[in-house]
Ligand binder design. Structure first.
Ligand code: S3P
Length: 171
């Protein structure tokens, strides 16, 4: 059985862009959980938050985690809030290598500033403060993941290289 690679981390840390590269390079499948939720519900993420509420979205994430943690040979990019339920990380850890991508708040802001698809960043006018506050409330959860890559100064291709090196050493 070939272990999965699960890329967790805050919004804008590059989970999807680097995950796609890694999957291509290693001949593994790739799944972006937010995209899959959108496809299955027929709704955009901001509409799910607005019409069904965040707890409903977290239930959808939880169900998908249980489903994908059963698979193998897949690079999985969950949404940034996947760490809010420790059972998600426990399930993913049993299925493969969980890697946390990190970045400083100002780097994250630059990467997400023009994107309107992240409802948690649209709640107030001050995106910079919202990012700092959310990161602060989640800091301990992200820090619990022992394998980490700081992406501040790296291109997606460089992050992918590091992920592949870690995975190869882990196998
Ligand atoms: C969220 C992150 C988003 C998406 C949703 C909630 C979060 O995914 O799942 O907007 O709680 O951090 P990305 O990390 O891919 O932006």
């Amino acid at each position: 059985m070939k272990p999965n690679i699960i890329l967790v981390g805050f919004m804008g840390t590059g989970k999807s862009s680097t995950g796609r590269i890694v999957a291509n390079r290693l001949g593994m499948a790739f799944v972006d959980m937010d995209t899959l939720i959108e496809e299955r519900t027929g709704m955009k993420i901001p509409d799910i938050f607005a019409q069904k509420g965040e707890p409903h979205f977290r239930q959808l994430e939880r169900a998908l985690t249980q489903e994908w943690a059963q698979r193998e040979n897949t690079v999985i990019a969950p949404g940034g809030g996947i760490v809010l339920n420790p059972e998600n990380i426990a399930d993913f850890s049993r299925s493969g290598l969980v890697i946390c991508l990190t970045a400083d708040p100002d780097v994250i802001l630059n990467r997400v500033i023009h994107d309107r698809n992240r409802p948690l960043l649209e709640e107030t006018g001050d995106k910079a403060k919202r990012i700092r506050d959310l990161l602060e409330t989640r800091r301990a959860l992200y820090e619990e993941i022992p394998v980490r890559i700081n992406t501040n100064e790296l291109t997606a291709a460089e992050v992918a290289e590091q992920i592949i090196a870690l995975y190869t050493a882990h196998e």
